[in-house]
Design a protein around this ligand. Structure first.
Ligand code: ZN
Length: 250
């Protein structure tokens, strides 16, 4: 069993399923279709657009009848989804900004150096001669992940001590739909993108996953454990929901 802390809307969409099209009213709507072990057809509209799951035996024609029946709902939701704010895409160039621990940091390319230095809100990235932008981005992300690893490791150790458990083994995740994950064997995975968020939200996710070492569920007992570690968890939880969709795409 594993417990997930969902990301409201995740960066980096990687759609699952076969792409199909259907005409709904005057619109041609693309959707991702997959077969699933379920009793009825299910539809979801999220950051990937429209996704449809159907039981293994349902003919495609029946799926299409279902989609046409839900046409008004689907078209309304899709237009809301298109109008929703999209996460910013970071352009790895001089003057671009990213958020680290909730504060903006300006990227500055520094010719003639190889290292990456964060100082006073400025992220100086050494620019090798003829350095190509893809390599720059890759180095920048690697640096951010290393920062995330050390920060998350620190916070995990701190909250594990507060809970009175040994510090669990930390693995970084790049999951699309979750901030953290705690397995029954005690391993904890935390999303490196947490480093974009203010520290108090990072701490909430850490406390939440650690509390699963006591309660592998989301019961009242579980929330009591979270509250013992992180009293203001209700506020953090709703804040986390609201900032998820503003996570930049690096
Ligand atoms: Zn949980």
């Amino acid at each position: 069993m594993q417990i997930e802390l969902p990301l409201a809307i995740a960066p980096m969409p990687v759609p699952v399923g076969t792409l199909r099209y259907i005409q709904l009213g005057s619109e041609i709507v693309g959707y991702r279709f997959r077969r699933a072990r379920r009793r009825s057809i299910g539809i979801v509209i999220d950051d990937d657009g429209l996704r449809v799951a159907a039981p293994g035996h349902t003919p495609v024609a029946e799926v299409e009848v279902f989609l046409r029946e839900k046409m008004h709902w689907i078209l309304k939701k899709l237009s809301e989804w298109r109008a929703a704010p999209k996460p910013p895409v970071v352009n790895w160039s001089d003057g671009a900004t990213i958020a680290l621990l909730g504060s903006p940091v300006t990227i500055a390319l520094v010719p003639g150096r190889r290292d990456i230095v964060l100082e006073k809100g400025r992220l100086g990235i050494g620019l090798a001669p003829r350095g190509d932008p893809a390599a720059l981005r890759k180095r920048g992300i690697a640096w951010i992940k290393e920062r995330a690893r050390s920060l998350l490791g620190e916070r995990l150790a701190l909250y594990a001590a507060n809970l009175g458990v040994p510090t669990p083994t930390l693995a970084l995740s790049s999951a699309r739909r979750q901030w953290g994950l705690c397995r029954e064997d005690g391993r904890v995975r935390l999303n490196w993108r947490l480093i974009h968020l203010p520290l108090h939200l990072v701490d909430y996710v850490v406390a939440h996953e650690l509390a699963h070492l006591r309660e592998m569920n989301h019961s009242t007992r579980f929330w009591a454990v979270v509250g013992g570690l992180y009293p203001d968890y209700r506020k953090a939880r709703s804040e986390l929901r609201h900032c998820s969709h503003r996570l930049p795409i690096l």
